[in-house]
Design a protein around this ligand. Structure first.
Ligand code: SF4
Length: 227
């Protein structure tokens, strides 16, 4: 998926937005998955917590940091890379911003992700996340098997994306990150199967109500990535 164009100058981009006591950073509108349950895919809804997250172009780290400084870091429980796009598709700015956040004293930096960064980049990127200072990842595992995964989250890698996601989770656990894996409670998915798949990888598990789209309510998308 490519960035979705909106008329230039029609609105300022939302790159950093507060929800609760956390701050969320929006680096891209592009995803690797086209999740069948995603509001932007289903109904073209890009609004999260009152913020329209659609970007006309991918912002640079300095642009994001400028909004971080405006919105403020004081009192934030965590800073989360999320949005209605896959943050690790902007790996360079993500690592740069993570280093800046940690240098500024942010206690917890988390990424909401599809877990496909290493597959896309062709190398295990987890050591880079760890070295930059990422503390936690919330990974959209999405299913308990590869066939179901590819059906509900169509993507250019097909079924092998599922094993790549599992490998990413394993690597994050091995790298000492706090790892939560989630699935959306779609009809036909069994919570116990999904939980077992997540816990077998060493991750904690979150079962996201389908009609609430958890991450959307909490500041990011990706029940599929998101989500
Ligand atoms: S659910 Fe997340 S990963 Fe899936 S298409 Fe939507 S934003 Fe992208």
């Amino acid at each position: 998926m490519t960035e979705v164009a909106v008329p230039a100058g029609s609105r300022p981009p939302v790159l950093a937005y507060p929800l609760g006591d956390a701050l969320y950073l929006n680096l891209t509108s592009a995803c690797t998955l086209a999740c069948t349950f995603c509001p932007k895919i289903r109904v073209g809804d890009w609004v999260v917590g009152g913020f329209d997250l659609r970007l006309e172009r991918a912002p640079g780290a300095d642009e994001v940091w400028s909004q971080v400084e405006k919105v403020g870091l004081t009192g934030r429980s965590e800073v989360v890379f999320t949005g209605l796009g896959e943050p690790t598709r902007r790996l360079g700015p993500l690592l740069d911003l993570t280093r800046r956040l940690k240098a500024a004293g942010v206690r917890r930096v988390r990424i909401d992700t599809d877990g496909l960064a290493s597959l896309r980049e062709g190398r295990d990127v987890v050591p880079e996340l760890v070295a930059a200072g990422v503390d936690a990842v919330s990974v959209s595992l999405n299913a308990a098997d590869s066939v179901t995964y590819a059906r509900i989250c169509p993507n250019r890698f097909g079924e092998r994306a599922y094993e790549a996601c599992r490998g990413f989770i394993r690597s994050c656990v091995g790298g000492g990150l706090e790892v939560a894996a989630s699935c959306v409670a779609l009809p036909g998915l069994r919570e116990e199967d999904c939980r077992a798949a997540a816990e077998a990888l060493g991750a904690s598990f979150r079962w996201r109500p389908y009609d609430r789209l958890g991450r959307l309510q909490e500041g990011g998308p990706s029940p599929g990535n998101r989500a």
